[in-house]
Design a protein. Sequence first.
Length: 343
Amino acid sequence: MLKKKLKLTLADIARMANVSTSTASRALNDNPLIKASTRERIQSLAKANNFSLNAAASRLRTQRTKVIAVILNLDQKTEQSVNDPFLLKVVGDLNQALNAQGYELLLSNSIMAKDNWANYFINSQRADGLIVIGQGKHNDQIEDAALSGVPIVVWGDVNVSTHYPVVGSDNFLGGIAATQHLFSNGHRRIMFLGDSGHSEMRARYEGYCKVLQDNHLALDSNLVLPADITSHAAYKAVSDHIKANGLNFDGIFAVSDMMAIGALKALKERYISIPNDVALVGFDDIAMAELMHPALTTIRQDTKRASVVMVDKMMSLLKGETVDSSAIDIKLVVRRSSTFGAE
């Protein structure tokens, strides 16, 4: 019987499974050349003996892939996709930052990767590490990958306690800046448009609530419209609200520019003056924001800077270094959708 060691080697696992080392390595890497039953048996044996599949893959590689997988962490029920302008902006900036370090970008999504990100991306040697865009409503998959030893950096909410480094804007401060701007311009019935189930959006909602509280304004749940993070969902939510309640608000804080654009369409179709009747603030500062009519006031996220920071942290993780989370500065960009005095 094999004597128990503090750290098992691949050869140990192979002996326990009564197979060759090469067969064990292929099975642990989910190679389809190995029968499914054999793969499952060896993988179960490795897990039962606390043998790290990720560590096995790392030892087997003689060199890195020089590829980083960028995962769009999309909720299965969302209509948001890779063609979202903000996601495209982040992916483009990440690609430039990775190329500058001599790495390629492999674009995927959480739906394709399913549950076992470590096995799908790292053990299969598709990539050396993962950069995840968005923590989503549930971060179990991200936590599982991080705890298994996968080098992982996430674009998300820096104030959430995690086992992985997060890079992101101060969403709470952004929510405060957007809502305070509307309040300072005389608006008192301010609608919140977005799904606070996402950690980043929740922080923006908490900033919105803080401004209401600080200025002694009651939180009206009727003015909190949960909606998918798409222009279509925002358009429908605002349209339905006006049909049911009339124009009972004078400002909108939308958690993304795409949602703000959907709200803008719903208002303009009803000949509601912007910003005279309703002022509007978005979040992200996508290129389209300043091209709208009226141009959209928004909270700018510095995705170029954030991408460089994320890639720098990934390079540190690949060297085995400890990495902390980092907040990226946000900026209120005032345009005509919230005040006639803006450019």
